[in-house]
Structures are given as structure tokens and as C-alpha cells.
Design a protein around this ligand. Structure first.
Ligand SMILES: O=C(O)[C@@H](O)C(=O)COP(=O)(O)O
Ligand code: ZN
Length: 202
């Protein structure tokens, strides 16, 4: 988590104190980034360990978003890691008033289909609000890999921490491509092409 946080930071996927990370430990507790921490300067001994009910076991006070991380774990047993970033292109996308909110990135690459598939836009909530987790869980319980919090940024899950990180990076690059392709005659994947990729989850 420390090295991946630094990698996210160095490659511009996060800056300042934005974003938070968590993963499920073998004993069922959750390792999370402390509140106010910069992902580029995480300290191993300071990482927070909390129970699935949110009680602090060790380390510093956990992220103010640890509640939504826990709601996600409780919503879907296949999720073993959560990555929340304020990455530039996804945060820009989250700040557009989309009329269609069930999926704000129509697929134009197979990698997006294999890792994410659909990206719902959730309403705006104050960061740290208890309501965020309830809204996200409506989607993660159905198997969605990622959601976008309006005027805030992405929340991305994975079967393990590397998978969640790779999913978050692929999603940010897809959003970047979407903006690069703005106004161009994009060829979107057809339904049969998307169906042929189902079961090819990365
Ligand atoms: O946007 C926010 O304030 C939080 O969602 C966030 O990204 C950082 O909060 P902490 O994890 O509590 O530092
Ligand atoms: Zn945030």
C-alpha cells in the first residue's frame, strides 16, 4: 500500500491529501490509509487497522471515508480492496451534469469492458458523509467494479489490492481518452462485441 500510494502520487493519479486506500487483511480486519495522509508519503506503521465494524485496532485514525470502504466490503464478499482517488480526468467527468447517470462512459475499448463495464454517477455528498456508503453499496452489491461520486471522484474495487489499483488506473486513462476523443466520430463497441468480452474480467 505504501509503495502503490507513492506510485499513484508520482504518476499524478493523486495529489495533496486527496484519496484513500484500503484492503482486507487475512484476519478479516481492514488496512486503511489514515485521515489527512498524502498517498505519496504513507508510513507503514501509521496505517490504520480497523474491524469490519469500524473500531480502530492499531495505527492512526482511519480515513474519514473508511465508513464507505466498510459498506463496500459488507456489500460484496468478492471485494478485497478499495481505491478512492481524485484523479484529474475522472474528477472532471464527475463535475459534468450528466443527463444519463446509469453509465457515464460508453465502452470504446475492450480493457474498459473487461475491468469496469459500466460507470454509474452517484449524487453529490459532502466528503465523509455516512450516506455515501449506502449509495455505493447499491451498486457494488450487484457486482459493479466502480462508481463515480459527483463533483468528487472515483471509487474503484478489486479482488485484491493490485487488481483494484489496476482497475483505477485503467478507468482514469479511459476518462482521459474520452476527453481526448470529444467531438470525434468515436466507434463504440457493439453489444455483441461487449458480450464476447463478458467473462474476460481482468
Ligand atoms: O475528499 C475527501 O475529503 C476524502 O474523500 C478524501 O479523499 C481524503 O480524506 P481522508 O482519507 O480522510 O484523508
Ligand atoms: Zn475524496
Amino acid at each position: 500500500m505504501v509503495s502503490q500510494g507513492l506510485s499513484f502520487f508520482q504518476r499524478g493519479y493523486t495529489c495533496g491529501g486527496g484519496g484513500n486506500l484500503s484492503l482486507k487483511l487475512p484476519d478479516g480486519n481492514i488496512l486503511a490509509t489514515p485521515t489527512g495522509s498524502c498517498l505519496g508519503r504513507l508510513v507503514e506503521d501509521e496505517l490504520s487497522v480497523v474491524t469490519l465494524n469500524g473500531e480502530l485496532v492499531s495505527g492512526k485514525k482511519a480515513s474519514k471515508e473508511v465508513g464507505f470502504h466498510l459498506d463496500i466490503y459488507r456489500s460484496n464478499a468478492a471485494v478485497n480492496a478499495v481505491v478512492h482517488l481524485h484523479s484529474t480526468y475522472l474528477t472532471a467527468l464527475s463535475s459534468i451534469d450528466h443527463s444519463e447517470k446509469e453509465n457515464v462512459i460508453e465502452a470504446f475499448t475492450p480493457y474498459y469492458v473487461m475491468r469496469i463495464g459500466k460507470l454509474p454517477l452517484l449524487p453529490y455528498f459532502r466528503p465523509g458523509s455516512n450516506e455515501i456508503g449506502k449509495e455505493i453499496a447499491k451498486y457494488t452489491s450487484q457486482g459493479y467494479t466502480a462508481v463515480l461520486l459527483a463533483n468528487h471522484g472515483p471509487v474503484v474495487t478489486g479482488t485484491d489490492f493490485i487488481n483494484a489499483s489496476d482497475n483505477a488506473e485503467e478507468l482514469e486513462e479511459t476518462a482521459k481518452l474520452k476527453f481526448l476523443l470529444e467531438g470525434m466520430n468515436v466507434r463504440f463497441l457493439t453489444e455483441p462485441e461487449k458480450e464476447a468480452l463478458s467473462g474476460m474480467k481482468s
